[in-house]
Design a protein around this ligand. Sequence first.
Ligand code: DGT
Ligand code: CA
Ligand code: CA
Length: 609
Amino acid sequence: MPIHNADIAEVFSEIADLLDIQGSNPFRVRAYRNAARSVSEYTQNVRTMVAQGADLRAIPAIGDDLALKIQEIVSTGTCSMLAKLRTGMPSAITALLHIPGLGPRRVRKLYEQLHVQSLQELERAAAEGRIHQLPGFGKQTEAQILAHIQARLDKARRFPFVQASQRAEPLLAWLAASPQVERVEAAGSLRRLRDTVGDIDIVASARDPAAVTGRFASYEDVTKVLAQGPTRASVVLRGGLQVDLRVVEPASFGAALVYFTGSKAHNVALRRLGQQRGLKINEYGVFRADTRIAGETEASVYEAVGLCWIPPELRENAGEIDAARAGALPALITRADLRGDLHAHTVASDGRASLHEMALAARERGLSWLAITDHSKRLAMAHGLGAARLAAQIDEIDGLNAQLTGITLLKGIEVDILEDGSLDLPDSILARLDLVVGAIHSHFDLPRERQTERILRAMDHPCFTLLAHPSGRLIGSREPCDIDMLRVVRKARARGCFLELNAQPERLDLTDTACRMAKDHGVLVSIGSDAHSVAGLDDLRLGVNQARRGWLEKADVLNARPLAKLRALIAPTMRETPEDNMAAIARARRAHSHVAGQGRSGQQKAASQ
Ligand code: DGT
Ligand code: CA
Ligand code: CA
């Protein structure tokens, strides 16, 4: 990592902030602040000066001591003095200095008396009315602090993918309907199908770009135009989402689409490949000297650096470029590959459709089997099923299956994993089911070790099939549980059970990286709709998006299997009595866990490194 002047300035500025908060001598604080400003404004590259042995004291505000510190930063990337200061005080606290009305003395007080260490904690303290009780702070200051932080956190706010996509689609259609627009596509994180989106990016091509930015700014959902020029514009839509539009000429469309699709890390890696071939890549095209050699399509840009086209979902600089070069890109899972769904609710618990309605809806959507997994009794709010009601549902499903054609219902339960890792229903009833989906719905904040042990213990139950929404996060409202996901994945591998990628828009849980971890360990992922209504089955599409970001292929996805293969994986043998049943399941699972580990191709391993 080459050190730029700005990096050195940042170190000095953080030192100044921390010294200031810790009540250090004001002259000392000022010296570091001046040094920070001076270095950042200095026109020569300080790193080069160090390399050439130049006298750093030529830089204004830099004396002997600071010159030594600069040398230390350039050679080590950090500064021991800053490290020492940080041990006395969390560095996130310096962000508090930038809140109007909070000087170093007040920040120190907040830290010492209320243990406030970050913007989030400051917000909580203000919201709970703890700040105005401190001497020197009034109610008005507290209200000001709160308003200011909320405005800042709003800016950093990310929107669930589905919200951004619902806003973007009609806007894209409105732009496409203009005769001036030749092509228009979503770019950025939205096109990469990330689970959350910071802002929407759109790329268009046109011969008269200004007409397009004008049309864009006049879209009915626009509440505010942040910037509008001949080739670019930014607006805010109703609901608060920002949209950035970039218009280029048709010969640059592919290059602009690559550039604005990102990710930034992917672009940097591409440009580096280009440099190795003497090519310059930017949003206007791929250039050799001043001649554009590619750029009209995305494929032409990738081809210019010796790669095949890379699906946007993979563009995170996480191995996709090497895989493309080796011709080893994954054949990503599609919605059409899914044959069934292992997670759905009915009116028996908190769903809104009957067994029969859910079965028909699944069939209509091209599925050939559907697992019914209502909640267990612990979730009283959701009208969870006890053993007797579950037994009745089992009979009802048997009856329905005898009548239905083209769809098979599987008998399951979404059973609560209790605080100690035991399951919320007796073994005798669990053993009668086709599958048992375990899930956490309480005690989300156990410490890491206990939370992980709790899940591992549940997975040890011989009937356990699938861990639903493993992290428990709700995008924008609940943080993931603190879990050692690697241990969970290894356990699933050893026990021959499975992990869910819950497709609900606010869950999308497993994350993309956890999907990839599962794949690398040979653990099959089930993309589950967790539908609570007929329409909820359509969320499978969102789960597929996330699975694609996690490099999953058809073979990696449990519910891409036809029914017979699925049955072999989830409940290999059924016996007469529950006791035999348990033993048989346990044996079959052990056998399966052997089989599951074999046949993972070396190619997949290579592609994921
Ligand atoms: P987001 O909006 O936070 O969900 O994430 P993105 O990836 O949509 O990021 P955004 O909107 O800031 O920028 C869109 C794309 O534009 C980004 O993925 C890559 C490209 N881009 C933006 N700024 C830069 C930059 O400074 N350098 C390069 N190489 N690319 C950039
Ligand atoms: Ca964006
Ligand atoms: Ca943007």
